[in-house]
Every structure is written in structure tokens, then in C-alpha cells.
Design a binder for this molecule. Structure first.
Ligand code: GDP
Length: 301
């Protein structure tokens, strides 16, 4: 997985130097942290996140125990590892399930981010756990998106709820979502996944629609699907969706092509919302739970 490859390589060089030194001084640490800072900025990590990260590592690393320990270089590497995990959210965030099914998951995001595909991936993920899933096509303005979801459902053997095709574009999105969740409840589904409308840009109409859907169906999860390749744009978008609609988490797509990793590294620290899954390819099995600690280990090689 090339995600964060460049950063990983840079960290390896910087930290190898530190590890190799028997005695460390504040000056050695400051020098190494300058390089770490540059590497993070080149990876497109948010400026403020980098600043906070470096300061936290510095305070811990120049602590007495580290400088006086027998292996100060290793200790500093351990601190960097811990702080990278902290920055991305420490533990795997998981999905909140309803105490009484169905669990309702509302997927939001801009057109092209991979929302519909990710609905299919999540449906497959739940189905593999033996859960009954209902997908809801909730973007009547774009019949093609509904067709895409229907095809995904058919290939997975998962049911899809769609508004009546004849007057689909006239249908109210809130109404479609309400019907979908009611069908999920009445027919004993375990999980209902709502594929809400996408637009090319964030606009007030979209946000109002999403807020109305959220109020109507009271989902356990509101997940933003964002394209990791867009870097800091994905981060600021996550901030806007969170402020206006309220998110429970983020799924970053296309991470297998993202060599820099700015969004993966910054979203949690900037928005406070955890990354729950990573999309790692176009196929329906290309979805991974996001483990911040494992990601930190990958970065440190
Ligand atoms: P939507 O408009 O947000 O619903 O986006 P789609 O689900 O139609 O996806 C847009 C494009 O992104 C499609 O070509 C998908 O195959 C592709 N896509 C989605 N997720 C991933 C991913 O994790 N990796 C890659 N490489 N492509 C993805």
C-alpha cells in the first residue's frame, strides 16, 4: 500500500540517525524534529496539526527519562510513534450499532468521492458478518446513481430500496429515506445504508437536505465519504460537513493511490472525527478498517 510511502521513507532516514546515537542532546532532538516537521508538511499535513505534533514530541523527548536513558534514540522513535497514533485517533473507532435493529447509516459526500461504491463495500462488509442489509438510493436527482446502487446490490445479493422510477425526480429525499428506514424496520433488516445525494460542490440546499434527512431518520452513523487524493480539500470539506450536518466519522477513499497522506494524517486532528475505514481500490472488497496505531507502525517502517 503506497499510502504515506514518501513520508515513511523520510522518517526512516531521520529516525535511523537518531536510533544510532548513544547519547542524545536537546540539540540533536531539535535537529531531528526540524526534519520531521518538513517531512510532515511535504506530506500535506495541516500546518497547525504539524506544529502541535512537533511541540508534543519535543516536550516528551527532552524529558529527563529520555535523555538519560540507555537508548534515547529508540525512546524518541517510540514517542513519535505514539504521537502519530494520537494524531490519527489512537484506537480503531468501529461503527455504532443500534441496540434495536436496524442500524441506520447515512452516507454523505460530494459526487465522485466514491460514496455509492463505498455503500456497496459496507453492505458487503456487513453481509459477510451475517447481517441483512438494505441499501437505499436517496439521490432521485441522479437516476444514474440509483442504477449504480441497484447494480451493486444485485451483484452482492443485497436488497435496494428505490423511489418509484416514474416520478423519481419529483420525490422528496427525506420521504425516500423515511420509507427506506421504515421498510428496514418492518422487514427485519439489521442495517440500512442511505446513499444520499451528491453534488459537485457543497451548497446550502444539499446541507439543508442532509440535516432534514438526519432529523427524520436519526441515524447511528453519519459517515462522510471523501477522496484522500484531494488532501487538505478533504480535510476542510470534513470540517464543513461536520459543522453543518454533524458527522460520526469519515471514510477516506482512493488511499491506495495517495502517496502523500495529508488527509489520513490530518482529518482527525483538525475535525475531531475519526477515520473509520479506508477505501483501497475500486473493487467491493477493497475496504479496510482504519487502525491508527497500525498506520503509525507502517509509517515508521
Ligand atoms: P459517488 O459519486 O461519490 O457516488 O462516487 P462513485 O461511487 O460513483 O465512485 C467514483 C469513482 O471512484 C468510481 O470510478 C469508483 O470505482 C472509484 N472509487 C471509489 N472508491 C475507490 C477507492 O477506494 N479506490 C479507487 N481507486 N477508486 C475508488
Amino acid at each position: 500500500m503506497p499510502v504515506l510511502d514518501a513520508l515513511s521513507q523520510k522518517f526512516e532516514t531521520i529516525l535511523r540517525k537518531l536510533r544510532g546515537q548513544g547519547v542524545l542532546t536537546e540539540a540533536n532532538i531539535a535537529e531531528a524534529l526540524k526534519e520531521v516537521r518538513l517531512a510532515l508538511l511535504e506530506a500535506d499535513v495541516n500546518f497547525k496539526v504539524v506544529k502541535d505534533f512537533i511541540e508534543r514530541v519535543r516536550v516528551k523527548a527532552v524529558g529527563q527519562e529520555v535523555l538519560q536513558s540507555l537508548t534515547p534514540g529508540h525512546q524518541v522513535v517510540k514517542i513519535v510513534w505514539e504521537e502519530l497514533g494520537e494524531m490519527m485517533g489512537k484506537e480503531q473507532a468501529g461503527l455504532k450499532l443500534a441496540s434495536v435493529p436496524p442500524t441506520i447509516i447515512m452516507m454523505v459526500g460530494l459526487q465522485g468521492a466514491g460514496k455509492t461504491t463505498t455503500c456497496g463495500k459496507l453492505a458487503r462488509w456487513f453481509k459477510n458478518q451475517g447481517r441483512r442489509v438494505l441499501l437505499v438510493a436517496a439521490d432521485p436527482r441522479r437516476p444514474a446513481a440509483g442504477d449504480q446502487l441497484s447494480n451493486l446490490g444485485a451483484s452482492l445479493g443485497v436488497d435496494v430500496h428505490r423511489a418509484d422510477r416514474v416520478d423519481a425526480t419529483q420525490r422528496d429525499v427525506v420521504q425516500i429515506c423515511r420509507e427506506g428506514t421504515e421498510r428496514g424496520r418492518d422487514k427485519g433488516y439489521d442495517v440500512v445504508i442511505l446513499d444520499t445525494g451528491g453534488r459537485l460542490h457543497i451548497d446550502d440546499e444539499l446541507m439543508h437536505e442532509l440535516v432534514a434527512v438526519k432529523q427524520a431518520v436519526l441515524p447511528q452513523e453519519v459517515l462522510l465519504v471523501a477522496d484522500a487524493m484531494t488532501g487538505q480539500d478533504a480535510v476542510s470539506m470534513a470540517g464543513q460537513f461536520d459543522q453543518q450536518v454533524g458527522l460520526t466519522g469519515v471514510i477516506l477513499t482512493k488511499t491506495e493511490g495517495d502517496a502523500r497522506g495529508g488527509a489520513v494524517l490530518s482529518i482527525r486532528a483538525v475535525t475531531g472525527k475519526p477515520i473509520k475505514f479506508l477505501g483501497v481500490g475500486e473493487k467491493l472488497d477493497a475496504l479496510e478498517l482504519f487502525h491508527p496505531d497500525r498506520m503509525a507502525s507502517r509509517i515508521l517502517g
